[in-house]
Design a protein around this ligand. Structure first.
Ligand code: F0G
Length: 443
């Protein structure tokens, strides 16, 4: 009999089940909590893969022309053996994202060494691709014909693209009028059935949860534990890019709160295998208007979470009732990280600062820099700590936000920021242009 490559373990009661036995909403039938994927080596020291051999293998695969080797997720497939046959992977060559230095943002935030892992440089422009290649490949291998997700826009874009590659039908549920145009256009472009519900993200989740109980639809929200197996690989890639050094701190935006624990799983597994000697602190930053985790930490140290009605122009993280909050609390506590909230103005300013370094990101990603500034200001992060910001989405996802910021129409009380670069309209006459140049820039 073929040895089981993995199981699902309930994060609440610890019950273990075969991957194929999960209920359609990925909740434990005993206690209702979420699952995580575990491998024979997760608890058994005898089955530990060899760290040196893995490093060598992952490096070797970089020069291969095989699609799964060219994927920045499946290149690490030894740590995510979730498919019966890895050649079934549905890949757009996701991952392989750059790790950029942000010297000017570092200076502003008060740290000597600031890096950005830009997950917006994925095929559909967000970090969701790394998780989607994993979970959608599982869906395809198990013979599902229809996949669906509720989304603030990026998950739906990723799902639609990967479903199209695999020839599956995809259904997207998004809150009407509350996602960025770039994202909405993607799900249509990739041929998804796009349903805009007159509700918010949390309402979309509720409807989808009902539907999957009645129809043979495979759910690809981040409660699906296979998503997180893909989303843990940026942790591996980051450390590899740093020559197997570990940063002191990794900062991520918090929405539905799955990504923080996915990265944490990646770091914890690397430590277990001896690839690294310690795990960085993982901190989560929320927008003030969508801050249920921040409130939960303040009120009860993360014991209980009260859903909120969410509102922020960082629409990706406009979520009031995050599904994976307990997983996030666990990893934040285990690593000694923090939870912070930032205002709309702080997000806009930070986004412009990242843009001014030639990097750019979507508003939700910029909460990381805004949060870092708060954490350094009161000494929770020291100047000498090496910090990596997880930039989760590409700047072109939400150009309307960027234009509104530069035109000064983002908020009614938008402060004059020196970073604002509104477009200048002139007659097509050289003298007029010269005059403007002389008063605008140093020549
Ligand atoms: N950043 C971006 C750009 C996102 O799209 C999301 C989530 C997050 C951060 C938060 O990550 O949910 O793991 O805490 N977007 C989801 C979506 C909800 O539907 O695209 P999280």
């Amino acid at each position: 009999m073929k040895e089981k490559s993995h199981e699902l373990r309930c994060t609440g009661c610890g019950a273990r089940i075969a991957g194929t036995d999960a209920t359609s909403n990925f909740r434990c039938a005993q206690c209702g909590e979420l699952y995580e994927v575990v491998y024979p080596w997760s608890s058994d020291g005898a089955n530990l893969p060899n760290a040196g051999a893995l490093r060598w293998l992952w490096q070797e695969r970089r020069s291969s022309t095989l699609p799964i080797d060219q994927s920045g997720v499946w290149r690490f497939r030894d740590l995510l053996p979730i498919l019966d046959d890895p050649s079934h992977a549905v890949t757009l060559r996701e991952g392989n994202t750059p790790l950029y230095e942000l010297p000017r943002c570092g200076k502003i935030a008060g740290v000597d060494w600031l890096l950005a892992k830009h997950q917006g440089m994925n095929p559909t422009g967000s970090f969701k691709d790394t998780g989607m290649t994993a979970a959608l490949s599982v869906a395809a291998e198990r013979g599902f014909k229809v996949v669906a997700c509720a989304s603030t826009g990026n998950t739906s874009a990723a799902m639609a693209a990967y479903a199209a590659r695999a020839g599956l039908t995809s259904i997207v549920f998004i809150p009407e009028g509350k996602i960025a145009w770039g994202k909405l256009s993607q799900s249509m472009d990739y041929g998804a059935l796009t349903i805009q519900l007159k509700s918010d993200f949390d309402g979309c989740v509720r409807v989808l949860n009902d539907l999957v109980k009645r129809l043979p639809i495979y759910m690809l929200n981040s409660v699906n534990p296979y998503r997180l197996e893909g989303q843990k690989t940026p942790a591996l890639e980051m450390v590899e890019q740093m020559d197997w050094q570990v940063p002191e701190h990794v900062i991520v935006p918090g929405g539905n709160l799955a990504n923080s624990s996915a990265l944490g799983k990646g770091f914890e597994e690397m430590k277990r295998l001896g690839l690294i000697s310690r795990v960085p602190k993982i901190s989560v930053i929320q927008a003030h208007g969508a801050n249920p985790l921040y409130r939960a930490m303040q009120a009860s140290g993360g014991e209980q979470l009260e859903p909120v009605v969410a509102d922020t122009r960082a629409t990706a993280i406009r979520i009031g009732n995050p599904a994976s909050w307990k997983k996030a609390v666990r990893i934040i506590r285990a690593t000694g990280g923090w939870v912070e909230e930032v205002s709309e103005q702080e997000i806009a300013q930070a986004k412009a600062e990242i843009g001014a370094e030639g990097i750019g990101c979507e508003p939700a990603s910029a909460v990381t820099l805004a949060g870092l500034k708060k954490l350094t200001r009161d000494g929770r992060i020291g100047r000498e700590e090496r910090v990596v910001l997880l930039l989760t989405g590409h700047t072109l996802k939400d150009p309307e936000y960027t234009i509104d910021f530069h035109r000064g129409t983002l908020f009614s009380n938008q402060e004059a920021s020196s970073l604002r670069k509104p477009p200048i309209v002139l007659e097509a006459q050289t003298e007029a242009v010269l005059k403007t140049l002389e008063s605008s820039i140093q020549l």
